[in-house]
Design a protein around this ligand. Structure first.
Ligand SMILES: Cc1cc2nc3c(=O)[nH]c(=O)nc-3n(C[C@H](O)[C@H](O)[C@H](O)COP(=O)(O)O)c2cc1C
Length: 243
């Protein structure tokens, strides 16, 4: 899905005012974090301004984030649940947004992939702080088919492809030199191979959402929260939540 252009992208410099003088003095003060806050002043987010379809709305906001120069606008924090019921999170890159979900690629023997294989519950958080915006997605992860993974793999730089072969992601390694030695082995293995093949241990996941929440900061902490939720029949409903 191509992100749509939003009529009114909000430049980041219009979003925030300087924080009032902090109560705590920066430096050796033990509680400087308590004094860190910004006052958000973007326009209000109203129900009539958002698309009925959350994918279309996400596309608008992603286009706004790109236009505003947000660093790594496709970076999202992926939450998974371990066998002990404990959550864990890490950043991954959104590489495709199709009609059904949000796709990222990873090592399929990594911790995150193992957790998703055993329990496909996933959350995604796009933290667009520079725009006083956040999108949170909750959904179910499914493996991307090999043909789709191959198509994306072919677009990756050779350096990244070799790195994927060299890394046994999420496993311990003695030191950086040991990791580099693995890379050298892989470089030698594929020296005369023009197209590095897709590793068997590498692939994608598509997070199919059942909820998607838009958050936009507002003055006085009266932030806007609009949550899309998919009903049993597949239709999306929109609900405003208290901040
Ligand atoms: C900006 C950023 C983007 C990242 N993108 C990916 C990604 O697309 N795929 C991936 O496997 N790891 C990515 N990582 C590394 C992960 O955050 C993580 O360290 C790694 O996947 C191992 O996670 P796990 O041990 O929980 O499986 C990225 C990290 C950062 C900071």
């Amino acid at each position: 899905m191509q992100p749509e252009q939003h009529e009114q992208p909000v430049p980041p410099e219009h979003l925030v005012e300087p924080a009032p003088p902090p109560d705590a003095v920066p430096g050796p003060d033990p509680q400087p974090l308590a004094a860190m806050r910004v006052r958000y002043v973007p326009g209000a987010l109203r129900e009539q301004d958002v698309a009925a379809d959350p994918f279309a709305q996400f596309g608008r906001w992603l286009a706004d984030a790109v236009a505003a120069g947000v660093a790594e606008p496709n970076a999202m924090v992926l939450g998974t649940v371990g066998p002990d019921g404990r959550p864990s999170s890490r950043t991954v890159l959104l590489k495709e947004l199709d009609a059904t979900g949000f796709v990222f690629y990873t090592n399929t023997t990594s911790r995150k992939a193992g957790e998703l294989a055993a329990r496909p519950a996933a959350s995604l958080c796009f933290p667009w702080h520079a725009m006083a915006r956040q999108v949170v997605v909750e959904g179910t992860a499914e493996a991307v088919d090999r043909a789709t993974a191959q198509a994306y793999w072919s677009t990756r730089p050779r350096e990244s492809q070799l790195g994927a072969w060299a890394s046994d992601q999420s496993r311990p390694v003695a030191d950086r030199e040991a990791l580099h030695a693995r890379l050298v082995q892989v470089q030698e293995r594929f020296t005369d191979v023009p197209s590095v093949p897709l590793p068997p241990h590498w692939g994608g996941f598509r997070v199919v959402p059942h909820r998607l929440e838009l958050w936009q900061g507002q003055p006085g902490r009266l932030h806007d929260r609009l949550r899309y939720e998919r009903g049993a029949a597949g239709a999306w409903t929109l609900t405003r939540l208290q901040p």
